[in-house]
Design a protein around this ligand. Structure first.
Ligand code: GLY
Ligand code: MN
Ligand code: MN
Length: 438
């Protein structure tokens, strides 16, 4: 069962139905199982949109939302109870449970969907779906619509319009409720502890995967089903590989290690990066780069407030990093030139953040009418500047080469400014060094 109350899911369904056009139906399939190899599957993870509206954790299920349907607006198709299958593979709610425990007005065995769902679609003008997300499901949907068309001479009416569900649903998901924020704060607290644990235990001679194991220990021990994305533990020059996930290198005295890791709690992600010295002391060059990234990150977080636009943190970061890189002799030219020509991009090649929620790179538009979106209370975003000086970068003094730093926090836009959900993970040089000396 979800940590969220049933009323939260009911409220979301109602909010979506309030936004749907008259005479419409929304149809969403559960996530499929994914094969890992031969007869082994990845652990099941429900589709975020599907879970957002239902809290229903099982595969082979379909949600129908039908505003105004007299017999009930929320219909769920799911697997039937089956003693034999439940002994092998685990508990199933069954249609009975879908009604009793998950708020469905009506529920049917998913094996009967081909007979029942055309009757739910028939007479509706518009169908909201996430076209393209599951092509096999799109085909089945067309089959159901065609079965209605084939009976048009009997007076049956097929829908005339298909609409993308994403616009409405993803705008709802962008604004986090107080119930969601409770879960996100917990995910952030667990992930914060995981980073602190990695700082406490790191030492030269350890393999990167040993730190990954310590992070996993905190995630799983505290109720996260999994990391929200593949954990990055990049030591030495591996910190310059943005999506490094091999985590196999033995960490050396004098290395920095960049850890980008967050747990997923009840389908909500956290996303934290910290970069610290494996031996507990930053070298002067490492400290200079680190402090620059930190200064830019703090300035970026300070821009987060209602009315600022999505790109404000990124603009703050680009200005500060560029100026700092010029001061350190890593970039040549004026601040304005380096920004206009984007020469800073050889050291900072990604953007400063993304929306955060059930998906680590969460849904929601970044622009509205081709303008950067205004920040509003309830939005959660990451702020994650970095600098990566490739080990073979021959335009800079060799002392800088192979240094990679990223600092990432999760930031909620509040009525008056922002709340850093991951504040408790140390990031000041002195705090990290003090923690590592203990
Ligand atoms: N860990 C993925 C990201 O930071 O965007
Ligand atoms: Mn990250
Ligand atoms: Mn991120």
């Amino acid at each position: 069962m979800s940590l969220l109350p049933a009323t939260e899911f009911a409220r979301r369904r109602q909010a979506l139905m309030n936004m749907m056009e008259p005479g419409s139906i929304a149809i969403l399939p559960a996530a499929p199982h994914y094969k890992r190899n031969r007869d082994t599957e990845y652990r099941y993870r429900q589709d975020s949109d599907f879970f957002y509206l239902s809290g229903f954790p099982e595969p082979e299920a379909v949600i129908c939302l039908i505003p105004g349907r007299p017999q009930g607006e929320y219909v769920l198709f799911c697997r039937e109870r089956d003693r034999e299958m439940e002994i092998w593979n685990g508990y199933r709610a069954g249609p009975e449970g879908a009604v009793a425990d998950f708020g469905a007005a009506d529920a049917f065995p998913v094996t009967d969907i081909d007979e029942i769902i055309p009757g739910l679609i028939e007479g509706r003008e518009r169908v909201y779906v996430s076209m393209g997300a599951q092509p096999l499901f799109d085909q089945r949907l067309m089959g159901w619509v065609n079965s209605i068309r084939a009976r048009s001479r009997a007076g049956l009416h097929a829908p005339g319009e298909f609409l993308m569900l994403d616009h409405l649903l993803h705008d709802l998901r962008l604004f986090k409720s107080s119930e969601e924020l409770k879960v996100m704060r917990r995910a952030a607290a667990i992930s914060t502890r995981a980073h602190v644990r990695a700082m406490e235990l790191a030492r030269p001679g350890m393999s990167e995967y040993e730190l990954e194991a310590e992070l996993m220990h905190e995630f799983l021990k505290n109720g996260c089903a999994a990391p929200a994305y593949n954990t990055i533990v990049g030591s030495g020059a591996n910190a310059c590989i943005l999506h490094y996930v091999e985590n196999t290198r033995v960490m050396q005295d004098g290395d920095l290690v960049l850890i980008d890791a967050g747990g997923e709690l009840d389908h909500y992600a956290s996303d934290i990066t910290r970069t610290f010295p494996v031996n507990g002391r930053y070298s002067p060059e490492q400290k200079a780069i680190y402090q620059l990234v930190l200064d830019s990150q703090l300035a970026a977080i300070a821009t987060v407030k209602p009315g600022a636009h999505w790109n404000s943190p990124h603009e703050a970061v680009v200005g500060i990093l560029t100026e700092g890189l010029i001061d350190l002799g890593l970039l040549k030219g004026s601040r304005q030139e380096c920004i206009e020509k984007e020469s800073y991009r050889q050291f900072f090649m990604h953007r400063t953040g993304h929306w955060l929620g059930m998906d680590v790179h969460d849904v929601g538009d970044y622009k509205v009418d081709n303008q950067w979106r205004e920040l509003e209370p309830g939005m959660v975003m990451t702020v994650e500047p970095g600098l990566y000086i490739a080990p073979d970068c021959n335009t800079v003094d060799p002392k800088w080469r192979g240094i990679g730093v990223r600092i990432e926090d999760d930031v909620l836009v509040t009525k008056t400014g922002s709340e850093v959900l991951t504040q408790a993970a140390p990031k000041q040089v002195a705090d990290i060094e003090a923690l590592m000396r203990r």
